[in-house]
Design a protein around this ligand. Structure first.
Ligand code: ADP
Ligand code: MG
Length: 353
């Protein structure tokens, strides 16, 4: 099932547009991550695709047919939400079979058939043996797998997952991420996975659509998004970056009047830009001499895989906040009050906003 989202707009009463003209195509059988900060419109877009929310404008096509006026049932989508409430008074098996049992009599399978299908799905999500437990007797990760089995039971053409692992702890999330990827590879459902977690989106998906303030910033494979970000937002959002407002003159960049050392000079016309660099593409040295953007460390914090430094530069009133790599020896010795130099080996330049 291919889904085309065409120029979707959604405005709730009296608010700014939640979706501001989004167009994208979800390819048949792919696992697409919808990634964006909280409030960017991910859930609204997912609900529009499902038919739970009607857009103010635009259309949704399922395999080329306009589905805009179809109900949720007619679209045949399977859903899993972040806090998916399973029915507490029902067993795991009855939870999974619920969607089938609730069908109108004409196309409701026989009881034994529903049971067989539910058992099959529980095997698929690796929960054999837990059929007769109640949801309260399961771990969080097991409950989310029951929710997934329940969504799959109706044999959906599309699977829509809204932060399904959001409420679980980091270790369980990582396991479920890997597990979901394998499940997807076996079943081949067209799947849309909403998350605000960059790592989850990049590690899980075939392609990632990055949403910001109701607009699509970029869509592409994880490595395209990471290595060839098309906007300052995408670059910054996909992993920590250092942001320097610079002025380019004759192929050289200046920050607060100091030359910024970048490899190979800068290929950009004169003007104002935002220069961004990831910690892994930078180098830090604590000696006073040599190339590099120099300054004095004000605050030094060791974080996971990075060193955060507030660096006072020249005549600037406020220090710049940097995230530097734990590469070489320099970072081990770094103390407040010390001189340091920062070299930038790879960077991206974006037109200043
Ligand atoms: P996300 O899932 O990315 O966090 P949402 O799609 O939930 O974002 O919300 C996008 C924007 O739309 C937010 O500003 C939110 O407050 C607003 N919004 C979402 N649902 C409603 C609603 N039912 N009524 C009014 N505003 C809403
Ligand atoms: Mg949401």
């Amino acid at each position: 099932m291919e889904i085309q989202v065409h120029d979707i707009r959604k405005t709730f009463d009296g608010t700014a547009a939640a979706l501001d003209g989004i167009s994208l195509t979800i390819r048949s059988g792919e696992l697409l991550a919808l990634l964006g900060p909280s409030g960017s419109g991910k859930t609204t877009l997912l609900r529009v695709i499902a038919g739970l929310e009607f857009p103010t404008g635009g259309s949704v096509l399922f395999d080329g047919d306009d589905a805009s006026h179809r109900t949720v049932q007619e679209r045949n989508v399977g859903f899993v939400f972040q806090h998916y409430a399973l029915f507490r008074h029902m067993t795991v098996l009855d939870n999974v079979g619920f969607g089938l049992a609730a069908r109108p009599r004409a196309n409701r399978p026989a009881k034994a058939e529903i049971r067989r299908r539910a058992e099959e799905l529980l095997a698929l999500v690796q929960l054999q043996g837990l059929e007769h437990r109640s949801p309260a007797q399961l771990s969080g990760g097991q409950r989310q797998r029951v929710a997934l089995a329940r969504a799959l039971a109706i044999e959906p053409t599309v699977l829509l997952l809204d932060e399904p692992f959001g409420a679980l702890d980091a270790k369980v999330r990582k396991d479920l991420r890997r597990w979901l990827r394998q499940l997807h590879d076996r079943t081949g459902h067209t799947t849309v996975f909403v998350t605000h977690d960059q790592e989850e989106a990049l590690e899980l998906s075939d392609r990632v659509a990055i949403i910001n303030q109701g607009r699509l910033e970029q869509i592409g494979t994880p490595s395209e998004a990471y290595l060839r970000p098309e906007s300052a937002f995408v670059f910054d959002f996909l992993g920590s970056t250092n942001v320097l407002p610079v002025e380019v003159r004759d192929g050289r960049a200046f920050f607060a009047g100091c030359p910024v050392p970048v490899a190979d000079g800068i290929e950009a016309g004169d003007g104002h830009y935002t220069l961004q660099a990831r910690p892994c593409d930078m180098m830090l040295a604590v000696d006073r001499q040599g190339p590099g953007l120099g300054g004095i460390a004000e605050m030094v914090r060791v974080s996971l895989g990075r060193v955060r430094v507030d660096m006072k530069v020249g005549g600037l009133a406020r220090p710049i906040e940097l995230e530097l790599p734990m590469k070489g020896e320099g970072w081990r010795e770094l103390q407040p009050g010390q001189s340091l130099r920062v070299r930038i080996d790879r960077y991206h330049l974006f037109a200043a906003p």
